[in-house]
Write a protein that binds this ligand. Structure first.
Ligand code: ZN
Ligand code: ZN
Length: 413
């Protein structure tokens, strides 16, 4: 119902004839107003792959009428979803847009969350469900459905490689007939992680050497926490500040230490970090060289806008983008044009700007390797800008693969 030939607004409805199970119901945040998947009437159950808004951003739509529908997710996803959904309402309002739900519906939504544990089967009517660690962000899951005569795996967003924050996806999977896979990076490989880490450290050192400030922009959940671990592993001997929603995101994740690759890693990294609590503090910290980690990852709002307005002309300062930059977002436009353009402003940025790849998705070869290992009868390619090319390549390798398009009905028997 969404994320077809693109990233954003993920939504898959599984109708077995007995029960309707909805896997994710996200938003396409980069569109104004944000888009949702194809509208549907209340499903019997919802399973959320992880907390990113492109997967859960539309869930409150089902809770505007007082209905109760169980939403199955790993425990950490519940508080993170509440945080991100409330923020999505706030950000939309700042842009003059009212989403089709309000704060009360977000509260209602999270009340319906039920915790699942990795690898622990449960039943939804006739269907058996098992969730496997997807290795994408803390609490991310691949959803396995066993209908009795057929099985299906929806990968959600996944990463088979370990990061500093979490372990790679669980690949010890049952037999899978139908695979619905994300394909964000189906057309490219990630650069070697070490090289990205080294470049990041180099940029920080170069910036601080000329008394500049290094701004690091990234997603609040699963990215800035990863960056903190990188900085910690290279030895932090400079002031580090964390501002914006990342503070809450990191605090929630750190309460679920069992989901981290090394349970105490964030505690250790946070010893050297100070949280920014208000604008007065912001004004104070930008007087001296330091590193500031903040949101939003694609520069579309959040404290990063405040800092950019203050520092954009300073050639001794730098900005590192650590998240994927979707087409049309201020971050992407800045990389392409050198200008920071939002609703309110247009700035010619003089700072040093660099995007580094700290992706938490499989790269091209990991995607192929995973699909070859799973060896399904049928593959659906979604959640990527090049899903049709990817499906074509898979067909060339002998797989029965397609990239569904909007309003296409496909019957799998
Ligand atoms: Zn994601
Ligand atoms: Zn996604």
């Amino acid at each position: 119902m969404g994320a077809l030939s693109s990233v954003g607004a993920s939504g898959i409805l599984i109708d077995t004839g007995i029960e309707k199970i909805l896997l994710d119901y996200g938003t396409k945040i980069q569109e104004v107003p944000p888009k949702f998947p194809i509208p549907i009437k209340g499903p019997d159950a919802i399973i959320a792959s992880h907390t990113h808004l492109d997967h859960i951003g539309g869930l409150p739509i089902f809770f505007t009428t007082g209905d109760s529908i169980p939403v199955y997710a790993v425990n950490v996803t519940k508080p993170l979803a509440e945080l991100l959904l409330l923020d999505s309402i706030k950000v939309s309002r700042e842009e003059g847009i009212e989403l089709p739900f309000k704060e009360e519906e977000v509260k209602e939504t999270v009340k319906n969350f039920l915790p699942v544990e990795y690898r622990k089967p449960f039943k939804l009517y006739k269907t058996e469900v098992i969730c496997f660690d997807a290795g994408h962000i803390p609490g991310s899951q691949m959803i396995f459905l066993n209908f009795g005569d057929k099985t299906l795996l929806y990968t959600g967003d996944f990463n088979t490689k370990d990061t500093r924050l979490i372990k790679g996806a669980d690949q010890d999977l049952p037999e899978i007939d139908v695979l619905i896979t994300e394909a964000t990076y189906s057309d490219r490989e990630h650069p070697e992680r070490k090289s990205q880490e080294k470049q990041l450290i180099q940029i920080i050192e170069d910036t601080l050497a000329v008394d500049g400030i290094c701004l690091i922009a990234g997603f609040a959940v699963g990215r800035l926490d990863e960056i903190l671990l990188v900085l910690d592993s290279y030895g932090i001997d400079y002031p580090i500040f964390v501002d914006g929603m990342a503070k809450k995101g990191i605090t929630i994740i750190n309460r679920h230490k069992n989901l981290l690759r090394e349970p105490d890693s964030l505690d250790k990294a946070l010893e050297k970090v100070e949280y920014v609590s208000n604008e007065r503090m912001r004004n104070k910290i930008i007087r001296n060289p330091c590193v500031i980690l903040t949101t939003s990852g694609m520069l579309s709002g959040g404290p990063i806008s405040w800092y950019l307005k203050k520092l954009y002309e300073d050639r001794n300062c730098s900005l590192v983008l650590t998240s994927y930059q979707v087409e049309g977002t201020p971050g992407k436009i800045l990389l392409e044009t050198g200008r920071y353009i939002t609703e309110q402003l247009e700035l010619e940025v003089e700072m040093f700007v660099k995007r580094l790849d700290f992706s938490s998705h499989c790269g091209r070869s990991e995607l192929f390797k995973f699909i070859e290992k799973v060896n399904p009868e049928k593959v659906f390619c979604i959640h990527g800008d090049h899903t049709e090319e990817f499906a074509f390549e898979l067909r060339e390798k002998g797989f029965d693969a397609i990239a569904p398009l909007a309003n296409n009905r496909i019957f799998v028997i």
